[in-house]
Design a protein around this ligand. Structure first.
Ligand SMILES: *Cc1c(COP(=O)(O)O)cnc(C)c1O
Length: 359
C-alpha cells in the first residue's frame, strides 16, 4: 500500500532519551522546558522574532482571529483545508470567499478588492501547498482598507518569501505541525507575529487567560501543547534539512517522469520564493481524467488524495454562491504520494500507471 503521505519518525532512541527527562522532571505539560526549548530552536531555525507553540493548527487560527478581535466579514480562500473556513465560522464571523488564481491556486488579490464591504475586518489567506500568496498585493489592499491579514501557513514550513521565512508576514501567520505536515510534533501548531503586544495577548489566550495562579487577563482557552509533543518536534527538527532536501529530489523526479505528459499541469509557483516541496499536486484537464487516474492507482494499492475537495464554497453550513475557479480545480486535482520513505522505484510505478491511465 502506498498512501498519499506517511509521518516522518525520528530514531526511536532519540525520542526515548527525551522521554527519560520528562519522567525525571515529572513535568508533562504547562509551559515545560521542552516546549520552551522547541520554541527557541524554531525561532532560530526560521529566523523569526516570536512564536507560540500550540496544540494544533486549528486552535492557532482560532486564537489568531480572537486575538485580533475580528468581527463581521473575513475574506478567505475557498481552496484550502476545511479548518481555514470552519475557524472563521467557529469564531462567529462570516467567511466571504474570493476566488483563487488558477495558476498559483492562492486567493486572487483582484477578487479580494471586489469583496470588500464596510463589514470586512480581515483577510485570511492560505499559502496553498506551501506556495506563498501575492503577499505584497494583499498587504496593499489591507492597508488601503484598514483591515487585518492572517495567513494560514499550515503547509509552509521551510518556505521563504523574499529571502525570509514566509511566517514573517501579515499581522499573524499560523502553522500546523500535524503528523502529516513536512515538520511535525505529532499534533501541534504555532502562531507567529512581530507585534509584541499581540504575542502577549495570544500567550494569555493559549493558557485560559492565566496571569499567575489566580488572576486572569481576558478570556482564554486551552491552546497549549505538551512536553511529549515538544519532544517529537525537537527530534524531528534535527532532520528537517534532510527532509526538505529529499522532498525536492522526489518532486524533481516526479517532474522528470511526468514531463512528457502534456494533459496535466502543475501549480504555478510564486516568484522570489524558496519552496518547501510539501505536496505534489497535479491538475488534470477534466474530472473524468482525474477519476480514471485515481481508479487505476487505487487498483494497484496507491492512494492519492483529492486535496482540496470539495471546494469550501460548497460546504453545506455556508451559502455563498459559486467560486468557479476553485470548484473546477477541486474537481480535477490530485496530490500524488509524497513522504520521506517513498522510493524512486515507487515514484516510477506511480508515474507509469498515471501515464497509462491517460493514454
Ligand atoms: C492541516 C491544516 C490545518 C489544520 O491544522 P491541524 O494542526 O490539523 O489542526 C489548517 N489549515 C490548513 C491549510 C491545513 O492543511
Amino acid at each position: 500500500m502506498i498512501p498519499v503521505t506517511k509521518p516522518f519518525l525520528p530514531p526511536f532512541e532519540e525520542y526515548n532519551e527525551l522521554l527519560k527527562g520528562i519522567w525525571q522532571r515529572n513535568w508533562l505539560t504547562n509551559n515545560g522546558p521542552l516546549v520552551n526549548q522547541l520554541e527557541s530552536l524554531l525561532a532560530e531555525y526560521l529566523q523569526v522574532k516570536h512564536l507560540l507553540f500550540l496544540g494544533n493548527g486549528t486552535i492557532a487560527l482560532q486564537i489568531a482571529i480572537k486575538a485580533l478581535d475580528l468581527k463581521g466579514e473575513i475574506i478567505t480562500t475557498p481552496f484550502s483545508y476545511v479548518a481555514t473556513t470552519s475557524s472563521i465560522v467557529w469564531e462567529g464571523c462570516n467567511p466571504i470567499f474570493a476566488d483563487i488564481h488558477e495558476g498559483t491556486l492562492n486567493i486572487d488579490p483582484q477578487q479580494i478588492e471586489s469583496k470588500i464591504t464596510n463589514k470586512t475586518t480581515a483577510i485570511l489567506a492560505t499559502h496553498c501547498f506551501g506556495n506563498p500568496c501575492d503577499i505584497n498585493a494583499i498587504q496593499k489592499i489591507a492597508d488601503k482598507h484598514g483591515i487585518k491579514v492572517i495567513y494560514d501557513g499550515a503547509h509552509c514550513f521551510g518556505t521563504k518569501y523574499q529571502e525570509r521565512s514566509v511566517f514573517n508576514y501579515g499581522d499573524i501567520t499560523t502553522a500546523s505541525f500535524h503528523a502529516t505536515k513536512v515538520f511535525h510534533s505529532t499534533e501541534g501548531g504555532a502562531v507567529f507575529t512581530s507585534d509584541p503586544s499581540l504575542l502577549k495577548r495570544m500567550s494569555y489566550m493559549r493558557n485560559f487567560g492565566h496571569d499567575g495562579p489566580d488572576r486572569f487577563n481576558g478570556v482564554g482557552i486551552n491552546g497549549k501543547n505538551s512536553e511529549f509533543h515538544a519532544a517529537m518536534g525537537l527530534c524531528n527538527l534535527k532532520y528537517i534539512n534532510d527532509i526538505l532536501k529529499r522532498r525536492k529530489e522526489q518532486c524533481d523526479h516526479y517532474d522528470r517522469l511526468l514531463s512528457s505528459q502534456h494533459t496535466i499541469r502543475k501549480q504555478q509557483l510564486t516568484p522570489d520564493i524558496e519552496y518547501n516541496y510539501s505536496y505534489y499536486p497535479v491538475i488534470f484537464e477534466s474530472e473524468e481524467m482525474m477519476y480514471g487516474v485515481k481508479r487505476n492507482l487505487e487498483n494497484s494499492g496507491i492512494f492519492p488524495r483529492r486535496y482540496f475537495y470539495p471546494s469550501l464554497s460548497q460546504l453545506d453550513y455556508i451559502d455563498l454562491g459559486r467560486n468557479d475557479v476553485s470548484e473546477t480545480i477541486s474537481a480535477r486535482i490530485l496530490c500524488l504520494p509524497l513522504y520521506d520513505e517513498l522510493t524512486s522505484d515507487k515514484q516510477e510505478l506511480i508515474a507509469d500507471i498515471l501515464m497509462r491511465a491517460l493514454r
